[in-house]
Ligand binder design. Structure first.
Ligand code: BES
Ligand code: ZN
Length: 636
């Protein structure tokens, strides 16, 4: 343990000193540094708590409070062209410069009170983009920026008609989290800056625009769409999609937007969204965002889902026909509380968004689908976490991760999600569910529409749960969860009775005492299949793979998660009968979580790499910029 402390300290200090040149000039040292603290505490304190190392902006001097966008969507140029009007609040009355984040934007002009003002666009950083510095006249309380995006904007994907389900119209969607809003809007791209927004979006007449704002399901298709988001949100939640979209209601407050071809299937798959919403409100307090709709994107959407307020963006790869993958909806819905209402102040604090949300997801699944589903999903989540603990370096296993000098896109893992959720589960088990639910309810209320740091969370915990339950909780244990790698000893281990028969079947089959066709699997659900496959030994023989595939038709599985697990086994064991499906999978799906492990596995052998290169070359033009960036390393 002592060695770990020193490693953490050394690492943090090295990174800190290499960053200090460009980052510390206008900030003060964290007053919390205390000589009596442990090395680990000093090391983490060397990070300026609450400082956003991923934004050039200066909200401590001038803060953007409201955004008014007017954008024309030009599909032929692959550009958004128009204006961003920013309302400003001077925090420092003497401040004369507004600093915004941008990436690959062309700034045509900046005006304040109708007059042109001076601005400067810095040279681009490799992943942070370029600071836009605007001279703000003393009397001005807003600026108007005329700009256009680049066709290569990292936060925008432009799809040709052929890349959509309907094949007739083009499609566009944005994905701003973590630091991509700056590639389509000049703004203070930091989760600690909250703003309300309005937008006018001008599109070709046949298309519909939707945003993370109030959407009118009955809106006329006339090519001019108006939106308003009256609650203050961080920039990473601003989102836009344009396409041949249609709407189908699912419940009183819930509905689904998608291309026509998948609308009915999507509405049937996600029909329980309204029940999820009602259950979550009952347990964790009122829903603050009016409607909750889903937008189903084309399969190139790089994530499973994105919690854009009032309108979660969802991959079509979870439409399985049996609601087996709808925990994704519970997850994006849960973000309406943890993330959108109470927001991480910096990307170091991402676990406050994703850990709380993952914990809530399990709870919603239990409320809506029962204990067995809850237990199975908890076990699978724990196994995903273990895979990361076994493979990631220590520094990347820390929940309050040090991201200085790193692109948040490169550090995506299960740690903030599943380790965060397991930590909260431990708190729940130690204080009792009723007390913990009350704590969560108060937490969501207390920090509503605020962006908070890990340290603020810890002090809140100290003043509340910890004070009332000092017999079962300790600060030392809490800090171990948050600031140390690995999982604390004796942490709770989720279990599922439904998996016992699966373990027995797998063991017997591996021993050769039963053949695949003797396994009594007629009643197995998707989660049992995933558990069956994900826990196979690394090496299987061709005979074993053929036996499984013949009996269970795994290569043909229509469930994208099962297909993923099977294709991974197939790559790792060079099972060629699955390779046509593999190629098809890699060239039709762009969800990074599903394709990246396959590219990675293929890249381990020369023959595999050739297959990966072939699939990647074919798929690249249809992949989102994030999926390209995450996978091109495996085909070089
Ligand atoms: N907010 C995340 C997606 C995200 C996180 C984008 C960090 C960029 C940076 C979203 O809610 C999410 O967690 N999606 C998961 C869902 C899964 C855990 C159910 C995904 O896309 O896989
Ligand atoms: Zn999430």
């Amino acid at each position: 343990m002592i060695i770990k402390y020193i490693i953490v300290a050394a690492l943090a200090l090295t990174i800190f000193s290499s960053c200090s040149e460009d980052n510390t000039s206008n900030t003060t040292t964290n007053p919390k540094v205390d000589q009596s603290k442990s090395i680990a505490e000093v090391a983490t304190n060397a990070i300026q708590v609450g400082k956003d190392y991923h934004s050039f902006s200066n909200p401590e001097s001038i803060k953007v409070t409201h955004l008014n966008l007017d954008l024309t969507v030009d599909f032929s140029k692959k550009m958004l062209i128009g204006t961003a009007h920013l309302d400003l609040q001077k925090v420092d009355q003497n401040a004369t410069q507004l600093i915004l984040d941008t990436r690959n934007l062309t700034i045509n002009s900046v005006t304040a009170m109708g007059e042109k003002v001076d601005f400067g666009l810095a040279n681009g950083d490799s992943f942070l983009g370029s600071a836009l510095t605007i001279d703000v006249p003393a009397a001005a309380d807003s600026v108007l920026i005329s700009y256009q995006t680049s066709p290569k904007a990292s936060g925008v994907q432009w799809l040709t008609p052929e890349q959509t389900a309907g094949k007739k119209h083009p499609f566009l969607f944005t994905q701003a989290q973590a630091i991509h809003a700056r590639s389509f809007i000049p703004l203070q791209d930091s989760p600690q800056v909250r703003m309300t927004y309005e937008a006018t979006i001008r599109t070709p007449k046949a298309l519909l625009a939707v945003m993370s704002a109030s959407n009118d399901p009955k809106s006329q298709r006339d090519g001019i769409y108006e939106f308003s988001m009256p609650q203050p949100i961080p920039s990473y939640l601003i989102a836009l999609a344009v396409g041949d979209l249609h709407f189908k209601p699912m419940g009183e407050r819930t509905g689904v937007y998608s291309e026509k071809g998948i609308l009915d299937a999507a509405a049937a798959e996600f029909a329980d969204t309204e029940s999820m919403l009602i259950a979550t409100e009952k347990a964790f307090g009122p829903y603050s965002w009016d409607r909750y709709d889903l937008l189903i994107l084309p399969p190139s959407f790089p994530f499973g889902g994105m919690e854009n307020p009032r309108l979660s963006f969802i991959t079509p790869t979870v439409i399985a026909g049996d609601k087996s993958l709808v925990s994704l909806i519970a997850h994006e819905l849960a973000h309406s509380w943890s993330g959108n209402t109470v927001t991480n102040a910096t990307w170091r604090d991402l676990w406050l968004n994703e850990g709380f949300t993952t914990y809530l997801t399990y709870r919603i699944m239990q409320m809506v689908y029962g204990d067995e589903r809850f237990e199975m999903e908890s076990v699978l989540g724990r196994q995903d976490l273990q895979a990361d603990i076994d493979s990631l370096p220590d520094k990347d296993q820390i929940m309050a991760i040090d991201l200085r000098g790193r692109d948040p896109d490169d550090v995506f893992s299960n740690i903030p999600y599943e380790k965060g959720a397991l930590f909260l589960r431990e708190l729940e088990l130690k204080v009792g569910r009723e007390n913990f639910d009350q704590f969560l309810l108060n937490y969501f209320e207390k920090f509503a529409f605020k962006s908070i740091t890990t340290d603020q969370f810890i002090s809140y915990l100290e003043q509340t749960l910890l004070k009332d339950h000092s017999d079962t909780l300790s600060m030392q244990r809490i800090e171990e969860w948050i600031f140390q790698p690995g999982i604390p000893e004796d942490a709770y281990v989720p279990e599922s009775d439904a998996f016992i028969i699966v373990d027995q079947a797998r063991d017997a089959w591996l021993e050769g005492t039963v053949q695949a066709d003797e396994i009594n699997s007629e009643k197995w659900v998707v989660h049992q299949w995933l558990y069956f496959l994900n826990n196979m030994p690394e090496k299987l023989s061709q005979e074993q793979l053929t036996d499984l595939d013949k009996v269970f038709a795994l290569t043909k599985s229509k469930n994208n998660e099962i297909a993923h697990s099977w294709l991974l086994i197939s790559v790792n064991n060079w099972y060629q009968p699955a390779f046509n499906r593999l190629h098809d999978y890699l060239t039709t799906i762009g969800r990074n979580k599903l394709v990246k492990p396959l590219y990675k596995a293929l890249s381990q052998t020369p023959e595999g790499k050739i297959m990966a290169q072939k699939a990647f070359a074919e798929a690249k033009s249809g992949y989102h910029p994030l999926t390209v960036k995450a996978n091109e390393v495996f085909v070089q």
